[in-house]
Design a protein around this ligand. Structure first.
Ligand code: 4SX
Ligand code: FE2
Length: 355
């Protein structure tokens, strides 16, 4: 993949801020996102539901919009000020991608925005102004046992991970962790602007496709409660992977599939990355603990399936096939090269060393 470059200044991105998913049945989607996940409804009509998590004071962090094809229609990043929208528009015009300016209110609750189809093929929005709504941080009267606090990250599938990393480095994102092999094939990378492990993860595969949207809880117990809740309503089939502890990021996790098959991760306990010299941690793709610290195998569907993405007109974007080695092929089956015991990559200490 050839990624265009520019010498212009990139917009100052604060963080991943909201996603818009196209769902086939709003009532079914509502039962999952509001009934099970407990997200707070800021607003809704016959076409869309605007949701936020308990600590969020912007209008929404997730929009569910009714449409013919289940898909991702927007990933939105918040920039540091309204002036950054001009910076974004100039930057992307110079990159040669499609740029559209949207007036305030084009999306309910959101001020002026710039929408682009990024060089990786994803529909991306930048905005600053947004309507403030009540922050439910202390509303323990309405928070359930599985309370979700905030949006944490996006995970996207793209065929050429180093090219995607270079594109996001152009936006001043930094790599916290990645997965490689000894031939320097890069299978995935985690990149951030806010001081967590990531705002966006780049997963190698046929793309552009959306792998998942992740929300954070405060506690592992909240994730376990969501599992119990799904069991109690006889919907354990909505659990795709986990619960478990990631190697990469060290977060406790659970992956769920919504009624349209969009993957949602519930995530907690990653670590602070905000110092300028935060080190990058590189995992060997043959390390059996990289994706689950307890060694639980990744289910094949997690590698294979991802959501269609739409262009700025709302049409599905064709996927480009990955040509580099695929992680599922490296790690599932009789490759004979994976290991569980090795010197500790996360600390550099020899196994068994006394601390
Ligand atoms: O499966 S991984 O441990 O590589 C992983 C996947 C780590 C952090 C994430 O957010 C994720 O989705
Ligand atoms: Fe994730």
């Amino acid at each position: 993949m050839t990624i265009p470059t520019t010498d212009l200044t990139p917009p100052d991105v604060i963080r991943c801020a909201y996603a818009e998913l196209i769902v086939s049945d709003l009532a079914e989607a509502r039962a999952f996102y509001v009934g099970v996940l407990g997200l707070v409804v800021t607003d809704e009509d016959e076409n869309a539901i605007y949701l936020r998590a308990f600590e969020e004071y912007l209008h929404h962090s997730l929009i569910l919009r009714k449409g013919p094809v289940p898909a991702l229609s927007v990933l939105a990043y918040r920039v540091r000020s309204a002036a950054e929208l001009d910076v974004a528009a100039a930057y992307y015009a110079d990159l040669g991608v499609r740029v559209e300016r949207k007036p305030a209110g084009f999306t309910r609750g959101i001020g002026e925005a710039v929408r682009i189809q990024d060089p990786l093929g994803f529909p991306i929005e930048f905005f600053y102004e947004a309507e403030h709504v009540e922050r439910f941080t202390r509303r323990y009267d309405v928070q359930g046992a599985g309370a979700i606090s905030r949006l944490d990250h996006f995970n996207v599938v793209t065929p050429d991970v180093p090219a995607a990393v270079a594109y996001y480095e152009g936006l001043n994102f930094k790599v916290s962790e990645d997965i490689e092999d000894s031939d320097k094939t890069v299978y995935a990378a985690w990149m951030y602007r806010k001081a967590t492990v990531h705002d966006v993860a780049l997963t190698g595969g046929d793309g552009p496709r959306m792998h998942h949207i992740a929300f954070a809880t405060h506690e592992r117990s909240q994730i376990l409660h969501l599992c119990d809740h799904l069991g109690a309503i006889r919907q354990s089939d909505k659990i795709e992977r986990g619960p478990g502890r990631h190697g990469v990021s060290n977060a406790f996790y659970l992956y769920l599939l919504d009624p349209d098959g969009h993957r949602i991760e519930i995530y907690t306990h990653d670590y602070y990355t905000g110092d300028p010299d935060n080190p990058t941690l590189t995992w060997d793709v043959h390390d059996n603990q990289r994706r689950d610290w307890w060694g639980t195998p990744v289910v094949p569907s997690w590698y294979a399936n991802a959501s269609t993405v739409l262009d700025l007109e709302g049409n599905p974007v064709d996927s480009v096939a990955r040509t580099d080695d695929r992680e599922a092929d490296v790690t599932i089956g009789a490759d004979g090269f994976s290991y569980t015991r090795a010197d500790d990559v996360t600390t550099g200490f020899k196994l068994g060393a006394q601390l």
